[in-house]
Design a protein around this ligand. Structure first.
Ligand SMILES: [Ca+2]
Ligand SMILES: [Ca+2]
Ligand SMILES: [Ca+2]
Ligand SMILES: [Ca+2]
Ligand SMILES: [Zn+2]
Length: 599
């Protein structure tokens, strides 16, 4: 068949004609243009991403670059430094340049994955960047948050551990990968687990020893191993996780890669190894914790920290250890209000002080952020196994004596019928070079701690909402009304209201005591002479003004900062007329000014 060539002009017109109905410009009210909005469905996303895969470090980098390319005005991708293994510590800065420079806005720092196996926090971080950008023009509250604040988002602070977890069997992904001699034999990382049957999973080993064992098989489900009472004998023993004695020292898997805890290496209540296991030899020894410290020092505007972990369903606040004592009452009120808000929007989560709710942590990042940088810091444990079991019938069948789905049975029920058995490797015979005839099997790396992929959106969104609420409570300064009163002669009384609209003070009580944050500065500049200055006790009724007893009244240090949700009124007694510019400068809540005409 022969087709006549179409003149160029005509083909372009034809193309335009057919393309027009597909155009997705909003408000396209033309008769034949069917826009997504007119169909009544959601508007199309600018960037369509899926959230049901766990991304490794390279993929996170690709996604961060894609986000930055899509929203270049707001997003700046940079690296805080390199991990021990040479992977970038990506940080995405979200700032609207039209509403001011980054250091003049309270900063919310959000990170994940200090324990590399706790992968879902990385995706919460990516989801947060995407959600804020995607909805900036759609949801006024999101626009306000982005316009008022700056966000620093670090999807993985331990990329070596994350990649080791995702690209390998998963065993040993918690730690970073600086070599450590875990068993003190002078060799480093010489004996980790081995995937002997090559199925990609480090399994458990069990051996059949009739009448001589410590365990028996659950009568309802032989996949489940149960310990027998001390006075009983079972038919099975458990021989630990899959591996060999690689260095011939008589122990199996005793010195895997790394072997420390990145969240014990921060310079706040740091303790040596014999007090705090996993702490390393000195604070900030690890390149990752050192990079975080350098980043915070360069960004004193950071007023909030969230670090995502993954097991327990908890909202944790510092202090990490009891011997530090609790914080001053005004700081506790701030933590309690945010933490209890979190309990309401995060089902299965409880709000705790770290050492009470979880365990003692010396040298953790929330203590360091709170004590060393004056940032209100929370640690969310993103997954609670209770989230598996939300059916009232199943929940009731887990209770009582000899329940039909008690103990581990319900966990298997969930995996069998909701995950289609994806996460359990059935026991199978194996001829082990050291243990002889055994069976190997057990949960794979996604079998616990990490939410099922199909539940990701809810976990990500709810935790993001909690962290955004926290961000919204960071200090935000504003100048209020001003009043001038002539006192006769050339004397005037000038009052200016200074407002912190949000819950968190510009300087926490703890940060004032550690002197972690520069005092607020109350500056006055202009044509008039300041004779005296003071704080008005109560601007709604006559009363005393608390005189400011500092020599330089044009540059007053406010060491206690500005409390949350409070308006304070400064009063100047001035001689002469003209302009008086009053500026209130804070490190964490921005700098604001107003000019008063004195006459
Ligand atoms: Ca060793
Ligand atoms: Ca295996
Ligand atoms: Ca060994
Ligand atoms: Ca050894
Ligand atoms: Zn953790």
């Amino acid at each position: 068949m022969k087709i006549a060539p179409i003149p160029a002009a005509l083909s372009l017109a034809a193309l335009t004609f057919f393309a027009a109905p597909l155009a997705k410009s909003p408000g396209n009210g033309g008769g034949h243009g069917i826009s997504a909005q007119q169909r009544g469905s959601d508007p199309l996303h600018t960037l369509d991403l899926t959230w049901d895969r766990w991304l490794d470090h390279d993929e996170i980098g690709e996604r961060m670059r894609l986000l930055e390319r899509t929203w270049p005005k707001f997003l700046t991708l940079s690296s805080m430094g390199d991990s021990y293994g040479g992977r970038e510590l990506w940080v995405m800065t979200i700032n609207n340049p039209d509403t001011g420079p980054e250091l003049n806005k309270a900063g919310m720092y959000i990170e994940a994955d200090v324990h590399g196996n706790e992968v879902q926090g990385g995706e919460v971080c990516l989801y947060t960047i995407w959600y804020l950008m995607e909805n900036y023009d759609r949801i006024p509250e999101i626009k306000r948050l982005v316009d008022e604040r700056v966000f620093y988002i670090v999807p993985t602070i331990n990329p070596d551990g994350r990649d080791f977890f995702l690209d390998n069997t998963g065993s040993g992904g918690r730690t970073g990968h600086v070599p450590v001699d875990s068993d003190g034999d002078g060799l480093f990382d010489e004996d980790g687990p081995d995937d002997l049957n090559g199925n990609g999973v480090i399994e458990q080993i069990r051996k059949y020893v009739p009448g001589e064992g410590t365990h028996r098989l659950n009568p309802h489900d032989p996949r489940i191993m149960e310990a027998v009472a001390p006075w009983e004998k079972g038919d099975w023993v458990l021989l630990g996780s899959e591996g060999l004695d690689n260095d011939g020292d008589g122990r199996v898997n005793e010195d895997p890669p790394g072997g420390y805890d990145g969240n014990r290496n921060y310079g706040a209540d740091w303790q040596p190894e014999y007090v705090q296991g996993g702490a390393m030899d000195y604070p900030f020894q690890l390149p990752e914790s050192r990079a975080t410290e350098a980043f915070f020092s360069a960004h004193p505007n950071i007023a909030g920290l969230q670090t995502y972990h993954n097991a327990a369903g908890m909202i944790l606040r510092p202090p990490g250890s009891a011997w530090e004592g609790d914080f001053p009452a005004s700081d506790i009120r701030v933590y309690d209000e945010i933490g209890e808000f979190g309990e309401r929007i995060l089902p299965w989560f409880n709000y705790h002080i770290t050492w009470q709710g979880l365990y003692t942590i010396h040298g953790g990042s929330t203590d360091w952020a709170n004590d060393g940088h004056g940032a209100v810091a929370f640690l969310n444990e993103l997954w609670n196994e209770g989230q598996y079991f939300q059916s009232p019938l199943l929940t009731s069948q887990q209770q009582g004596t000899n329940p039909p789905l008690g103990g581990d049975l319900s966990r298997f029920f969930f995996d069998d019928f909701l995950e289609f058995g994806r996460n359990f490797v059935d026991w199978a015979p194996f001829d082990h070079p050291q243990y002889g005839e055994v069976e190997m099997g057990g949960w794979n790396k996604f079998g616990s701690r990490i939410n099922p992929r199909f539940m990701s959106m809810e976990v990500f969104h709810r935790n993001m909402a909690f962290t955004l609420y926290h961000a919204d409570q960071m200090p935000l300064m504003r100048m209020g009304a001003s009043r001038v009163e002539s006192l006769g002669g050339d004397m005037y009384r000038v009052q200016v209201d200074i407002v912190n609209e949000r819950l968190i003070p510009t300087i926490t009580a703890r940060a004032m005591s550690t002197r972690a944050v520069r005092p607020d500065l109350l500056l006055a500049e202009g044509d008039v002479e300041i004779v005296a200055a003071g704080w008005v006790q109560d601007r709604n009724r006559p009363g005393k003004t608390q005189m400011i007893d500092q020599k330089k009244l044009d540059r007053v240090l406010v060491r206690s900062g500005h409390p949350g949700r409070t308006t304070r009124t400064v009063e100047y007694l001035v001689r002469g007329s003209g302009n008086l510019e009053v500026t209130y400068s804070t490190v964490k809540g921005g700098t604001v000014s107003t000019t008063v005409r004195v006459r």
